[in-house]
Design a protein around this ligand. Structure first.
Ligand SMILES: [Zn+2]
Ligand SMILES: [Zn+2]
Length: 374
């Protein structure tokens, strides 16, 4: 097969300002606006608009792209992309979609997801799992109906070509060109998270009740590190704002907790009196949690729903124990993210120790093999 293209939804807005250079449209600044169910552009209306590049150096820039949606690092910036630009109608607004080869997409993802001064082998292991993930979104199942992936943390961070500042990210993608992880001739579900916290988690603790032979619970001796040199390889400057995640603690008064839970769940539980884990996965991540209040009680799950319900944004993970002191609830937790599959901090440490990328992948996805698709 040839390398496939991927379609990425970048920005959804009533009005989008953009700059274009090297396309089948005169270079310059333009805008599109949603009005009466259509895209209004240069005095005419369209159902969709496509601009294709005339040369390899062609680029377009979008103003006011929101990144880190609903996370603590949410902010807006201007972003520049190669490849084709398409405007489509989505949710009574316009979405800017980038159509680009999967290999070019990955160079930006690897640079956007991690500080690209990380070791080459860590970046190569990440290139293989990000490619596997993207491949599955193109050919098997997408969480979006009008394009393959979005550009934010919901899918994989893709923040344009300004992020590709380091040769290692490009090298990592080029040196693994076309490589994905497979099991039994199928491309693997290559989940990954920031930090497992000491043990990786089963798929079924976080999502559907079916486990996969290469996503298992195992001890991770690598990710318990305070080495800021390694942490800063994996965490970009937004993530570095919240660095304590291998072991973390959140403290709420009863009143604070009750307010957060009411704002998130709208269940009228009243004053929260107890948080009780009903089922816990092997890494310590809570699968189902019972929340008892003075008016009512409810059991929620799985992993992500618990993290959302107990924080104004997201708890770092659902691997926490609940302690009570006076009228305070103290959540003592481990790890950042669902903990399934590759642990980014652990993999970064392995890469720093000189462990080759195929062994890093073998450690986090046992039984899966590297297959070159094109
Ligand atoms: Zn998405
Ligand atoms: Zn780990």
């Amino acid at each position: 097969m040839n390398k496939p293209d991927i379609t990425v939804g970048i920005l959804n807005s009533i009005r989008i300002e953009f700059h274009i250079c090297g396309y089948d449209l005169e270079d310059g600044n333009y805008n599109v606006e949603y009005s009466n169910g259509a895209i209004s552009f240069n005095g005419k209306t369209y159902e969709e608009l496509l601009f294709t590049p005339n040369n390899e150096g062609a680029y377009f820039t979008l103003n006011d792209v929101t990144i880190g949606i609903q996370f603590h690092w949410q902010r807006q910036e201007q972003q520049t992309f190669h490849g084709a630009l398409k405007f489509i109608i989505e949710n009574e607004k316009i979405t800017a979609v980038n159509i680009i080869s999967i290999e070019e997409y990955l160079k930006s993802v690897i640079s956007s997801e991690m500080n690209s001064n990380a070791s080459l082998d860590f970046l190569k292991s990440h290139a293989v799992i990000s490619r596997s993930w993207a491949y599955a979104r193109i050919f098997h199942y997408s969480h979006h109906s009008l394009y393959d992936v979005c550009a934010d943390d919901h899918c994989q961070r893709y923040q344009g070509i300004q992020r590709i500042t380091n040769d290692n990210a490009i090298k990592a993608v080029n040196e693994t060109y076309g490589e994905v992880l497979t099991y039994d001739n199928n491309v693997c579900d290559t989940r990954y998270s920031k930090c497992c916290g000491g043990k990786t988690e089963l798929f079924s603790t976080c999502w559907e009740d079916q486990d996969l032979p290469y996503l298992i619970c195992k001890d991770d001796p690598y990710c318990n590190t305070n080495d800021t040199k390694i942490l800063s390889q994996v965490l970009n400057k937004y993530d570095l704002e919240t660095m304590d995640f291998h072991d973390w603690e959140v403290k709420y008064s009863q009143e604070e907790l009750s307010e957060i839970v009411e704002n998130k769940l709208h269940m009228g539980l009243g004053i929260i009196t107890a948080l009780t884990p009903i089922e816990i996965g092997p890494s310590g991540r809570i699968k189902y949690l019972k929340i008892e209040g003075t008016n009512n009680s409810i059991t929620i799950g799985k992993e992500l729903e618990i993290r959302r319900a107990l924080s104004t944004s997201h708890l770092k993970s659902s691997a926490f124990k609940v302690e009570r002191s006076n009228d305070n609830f103290i959540l003592k937790g481990q790890g950042w993210g669902h903990g399934v599959g590759l642990c980014q901090i652990g993999a970064a440490v392995m890469g720093e120790k000189g462990i080759p990328y195929n062994e890093i992948l073998e450690f986090y996805y046992p039984h899966a093999i590297i297959t070159k698709l094109y």
